[in-house]
Design a protein around this ligand. Sequence first.
Ligand code: ATP
Length: 452
Amino acid sequence: MTAKSMEQLVALAKRRGFIFQSNEIYGGLQGVYDYGPLGVELKNNLKSIWWSSMIYERDDIEGLDASILTHSDVLRYSGHEETFTDPLIDCRSCKYRCRADQLVDGKCPNCGSDDLTEPRPFNLMFKTSVGPIAGDDNFVYLRPETAQQIFTNFKNILDSSSRSLPFGIAQVGKAFRNEITPRNFIFRVREFEQMELEYFVHPAKDQDYFNEWVQTRLKWWIDIGISEQNLELYEVPENDLSHYSKSTTDIMYKFPHGTEELEGIANRTDFDLGSHTKNQKDYSLSATVLSNDKSNSKLAINDPESKEWVIPYVIEPSAGVDRGVLALLNEAYTEERLENDDTRIVLKFNPRLAPIKVAVIPLKKNNSEIVKLAHKIKDSIQSLRIGRIVVENTGNIGKSYRKHDEIGTPICITVDFDSLENEDVTIRDRDTMEQIRQPISKLSEFVKHQIK
Ligand code: ATP
């Protein structure tokens, strides 16, 4: 059974150190969260599985880690200054502010009044200034998507990696949006992370690659542990498409608060590379772009067949890391009724995602021989570099098992008096709770096999 409510996930996330409200000791900052000791491991594991699937397990994608501070011209020519807005409405009765699509039957979702202002566009980008004096001519934006710096680096990467079409550039990193109403825990926040791929293809082949990426990305989420019945594809209707998109399919997930977007796959056409290219009239662009006299670069590629310069089309799978973490927590969360009528909470993560891979538990807290052996075992498993391994020296074996069930540790290893004599240990499986005895000499092999 998946989580009954968001409250259960929020409570577990705080109690066990996954996710905290940011700036909490000063009353909190709305729409911003901090990832604690376990949250940072889970998030890093998610990002590294994505990175590996994009960069290491394929041969057609390069990585990038570009700046967050973004030149205002980049976001001007990308169309974000003009169109990256949400329609904002104020309720005159209770002063509640919301997006136009959040009205309930045309009334304020807070007090039910229909005394509302007309919707007005509200730009979601955060601005800051560079240098000691703030002014109109030295402001920059915090990027609202990681994608734009992939486009501005297109030529750098093309020239330094000698790629030909199709090829991609992938990036993981922070993005910022001044959401009007951040809500639903880490689902809609003002500071978040994206895992974005811009895949450059020949203009004639765009829709084939688009369809292929929708399927690839859907399968990826299933492979890392999201159940198929909680996922669905949503084809965004033409009048809801972003300004750059020819077609978009969203991968929707059944979150505790409702079915909403986890990842979007968009056909961005030649809009972005075309927008940032000098002398745009030299190319047969399909997109309508702002005339650009600021860029000093042509973001095109020489087509070996026609020998002509073409501006590639871009297929973009863009996933939210935070929404991924929320979906994974929701999927993993399980409550089980035990034979003695107790309830056990278990996070049944795919072992690759689990924040802690193995907990080594000395049966007696104060027995120095047992504790020493536990640390020796920890060090030897840690050297496999499969993630975080801990020694859990509370002296209370039942409590330790409960804790590691709740944070999703796949394997617990208990070191007892017999371990000192016989050089073996008890291994407990998180999901089945089965316990087996294993020689210490075989532990590394056993753990490596389980945490693939
Ligand atoms: P939504 O319609 O939910 O606002 P979007 O269509 O604006 O999302 P995109 O611009 O396609 O989102 O961004 C790509 C991905 O980035 C989304 O699928 C989502 O996972 C993530 N994302 C976007 N906005 C937020 C946010 N405010 N908080 C957390 N994640 C976000």
